[in-house]
Design a protein around this ligand. Structure first.
Ligand code: ADP
Length: 217
């Protein structure tokens, strides 16, 4: 993003209200000479704010679709769209975790240790893999099959959703735990799970935006 000077902002306002308008007319409204405005007009034209049409004057360039989408998405933080996480202890049996998956109608479950800090994630595929083997799912705890820390990809409430979506896409996973980080006395990072975001969360946001009236965005 380029920082505009007060005068450049004023020029944009004038063009928005009076377009098409010549350089001379803009200079008149600002009570300066046309020459004094030359560099400001060059900056505004080159950076795409204004369009200079020969024999017509300056017009305001309306925002392109891509930059509008970018601007809207960058307004949202994870905390605006996160939902409640489904969390279990490491000692839960695989069987109980699968039951919970159905009861909570979720695709992945976050696992916490005795101190209630994040220690792993189990997803549908992890459960399916186990059922292909001979493990006694009533006895074996989820900690045996989960993906463990420090390999868990996390997000925080203040992260932009664009950064969060990028993590989901790059790591080919369905969900991210939203965490609060604590530093323990021995200097280790520990994570409390405070929420979750999933591909569905993102899909819902896109649907909400698509159903929002133009004037509101
Ligand atoms: P599914 O099993 O339904 O395809 P995922 O694509 O989310 O769900 O999971 C694929 C693998 O990635 C699983 O082994 C799971 O344990 C692991 N996984 C899921 N979420 C995360 C995460 N946030 N960080 C690291 N690994 C994850």
């Amino acid at each position: 993003m380029i920082e505009l000077t007060d005068r450049q902002e004023k020029i944009l306002e004038i063009v928005k209200e009076n377009a098409p308008i010549t350089g001379e007319n803009i200079a008149e409204k600002l009570d300066v000479t046309r020459a004094a405005l030359r560099s400001d007009l060059a900056v505004l034209t080159m950076s795409g704010f204004l369009e200079a049409k020969p024999r017509v004057g300056y017009t305001y360039r309306t925002e392109g679709v891509e930059s509008k989408i970018k601007r809207i998405l960058n307004r949202y933080r994870v905390k605006d769209i996160q939902s409640l996480p489904v969390v279990i202890k490491e000692t839960y049996s695989i069987y109980d975790a699968i039951v919970l998956l159905f009861v909570e109608d979720t695709g992945s479950i976050f696992v916490v240790n005795d101190e209630n800090y994040l220690s792993g994630v189990v997803s549908r595929k992890d459960f399916l893999k186990t059922t292909l083997g001979n493990a006694d799912i009533h006895k074996v705890p989820v900690s045996v099959i989960m993906t463990r820390m420090p390999n868990i990809i996390t997000t925080t409430a203040d992260e932009t959703i664009v950064d969060a979506i990028r993590k989901v896409v790059e790591h080919e996973i369905d969900s991210l735990p939203v965490v609060k980080c604590f530093i323990s006395d021995d200097g280790d990072e520990k994570y409390e799970v405070v929420g979750k975001i999933t591909k569905t969360t993102f899909a819902r946001l896109f649907l909400d935006l698509a159903c929002t009236k133009h004037e509101e965005v």
